[in-house]
Design a protein around this ligand. Structure first.
Ligand code: SF4
Length: 387
């Protein structure tokens, strides 16, 4: 039963298409599914291969706010190092953070480790096979619990990620603005989720959103659900989901200080465990301060000044970097110097330049170091909203 009243056209479409959406979509998925390292494909299902809850969980945590392409390499690295939940529980948090470095949203990595510990200590090494049981675990909320339940345990839970929000809001031409529309979208998603193959249905919806029902220029002519789609019938699918106007991102300013030893080592230190990028490694840097409109260019320059350096030295200006966090843009001026000994009153450490990839450095710090050592990192992961 739907909580929200439907328009006559929505009622007609949903009643007429209750089963047909799932049937059409699953038939499309059988032919066009993406092959992903964590996925059990329909042909593999038919051979009796079952999804591994550990791999489904790991991929879903990694995919939060991160692209499939960026996740693939991390997933393969993680599963080769920690092939099961016991192996991950045996790892240290620092090791997990090092493996995660570059994926962003580092609280997810810490929760990953906590979740592995809890499954081993309280659940005998097995993931609970219910939405409610999964939701009790660290780092697993509404979306992830539904995704694991559907994909790993074939439970007909409504799995609603950004792709599914887009598809469903278009199928039913939902005019309510986001994020208020989320409850409505979930209700419709639950309604079209089949009892049979709910895991494949969830993955099919994700694939449809990623490859056909794209944010711009959806390929409606290639879509298996075109006959069921109100937005396509109306001729303006791109207006859904209806979003509020974007607010400009505030800008914060700061300075980062690259300290090089004579043996081509870099000085790093650890961030506080709490807060943004908690527990990750960093080069010494100043506070990141928002500028107000009332501040003059000279006052803003003070926020990135070499005077913020942790000690007096022959600092050389080495350009600047910009990094986009979810809620703000960061502009850092970069300075470098050479120092023979550890700087005073800092609990940091030296790392050889060619070993920096093994450190738990977030992307913003990799960018800062790359301003001085352009070859220090072979690649920096691309994310929707890097942190
Ligand atoms: S018909 Fe077009 S708008 Fe509707 S679900 Fe398919 S791709 Fe999206």
């Amino acid at each position: 039963m739907l909580k929200d009243p439907l328009s006559p056209l929505q009622s007609e479409l949903s009643a007429a298409s209750d089963a047909t959406e799932a049937i059409k979509l699953l038939a499309w998925y059988d032919r066009h599914h993406r092959v992903l390292p964590w996925r059990v494909t329909p042909p593999e299902h038919r051979k009796g291969i079952k999804p591994d809850p550990y791999r489904i969980w790991l991929s879903e945590i990694m995919l939060q706010q991160t692209t499939v392409e960026a996740v693939k390499a991390y997933f393969l690295k993680f599963t080769s190092k920690w092939p099961d939940i016991q192996a991950l529980a045996d790892a240290t948090e620092d090791d997990v953070l090092r493996g995660w470095a570059g994926l962003g949203y580092y609280s997810r990595a810490r929760n990953l480790k906590k979740c592995a510990d809890m499954i081993v200590s309280a659940h005998n090494g097995k993931f609970p096979a219910s939405v409610e049981g999964l939701k009790q675990l660290p780092g697993i909320g509404d979306y992830t619990s539904a995704a694991i339940a559907a994909i790993a345990f074939n439970i007909p839970a409504a799995v609603v990620d950004g792709n599914v929000e887009r598809v469903v809001s278009r199928l039913f031409a939902i005019k309510t603005m986001m994020p208020q529309a989320k409850a409505e979208i979930r209700t419709f998603t639950q309604q079209i989720t089949p009892q049979d193959r709910p895991g494949d249905f969830a993955q099919a919806m994700m694939d449809l959103g990623a490859t056909i029902c794209t944010p711009k220029k959806p390929a409606c002519l290639a879509c298996p659900l075109q006959d069921n789609c109100m937005a396509s019938t109306q001729g303006e699918p791109e207006i859904y989901p209806v979003k509020p106007p974007k607010k400009p991102r505030p800008i914060r300013y700061g300075a980062a200080f690259i300290i090089l030893s004579t043996q081509r080592q870099i000085y790093l230190r650890k961030r506080d465990d709490k807060g943004l990028l908690g527990g990750m490694s960093e080069v010494p840097n100043s506070d990141w301060v928002s500028a107000t409109e009332a501040q003059s260019p000279q006052e803003i320059a003070q926020l990135t000044s070499v005077e913020l350096a942790p000690f007096t030295s022959n600092w050389q200006a080495s350009g600047s970097i910009t990094h986009i966090f979810t809620h703000f843009e960061l502009r850092l001026s970069i300075y470098k110097t050479e120092a023979a000994d550890l700087p005073p009153s800092n609990n940091g450490w030296w790392v050889a330049a060619d070993a920096l990839s093994d450190e738990a450095l977030p992307t913003v710090m990799k960018k800062a170091i790359s301003a001085v050592l352009p070859d220090a990192f072979k690649q920096v992961a691309t994310k929707k909203a890097p942190v």
